[in-house]
Design a protein around this ligand. Sequence first.
Ligand SMILES: [Cu+2]
Length: 168
Amino acid sequence: MNVIRSLGLGLGLALAFALIVAPALAQEIKAGDLTIEKPWARATPKGAAVGAAYLEIRNAGTVPDVLIGGSADFAKVQIHEMSMQSGVMTMRELKDGLAIPADGTLALSPSGYHLMLADLTHALTQGQRVTITLTFQRAGAVTIDFPVQPIGAAGPPQDMKSMDMKGM
Ligand SMILES: [Cu+2]
């Protein structure tokens, strides 16, 4: 009896904790059938003209959507693809955008698709957030905050592990 009650209490606390913490970590934005997950940008060295941002886009709908572009007040936003061309890493702009398949996910990540942030008006500093508005063919404009990760970062802020528990 006691075991069950404390188990229930434990679950309740865990749930309450999850609800309090949720906004602080994985920022999840919904727009129509789309869910935007794990947005992050990479810090840039001083004086760099370009930066990059990444995210995942889940499409729960029955029709594809297309990421067609983006805008920001600190840079030009382009959709780029990084690929290996005869042994050399190159990137090109995807003028037609990127499809998010029906009931599928599009991931932008280092060494693949990325949001190219060109003509930066300021450096991207670790710990900051930068705001980018993305435009989708169906879902329309979606404004997203991208936390800036260290220059060498390979991925978004880690849930639970490195999140700011210190302040709690
Ligand atoms: Cu690029």
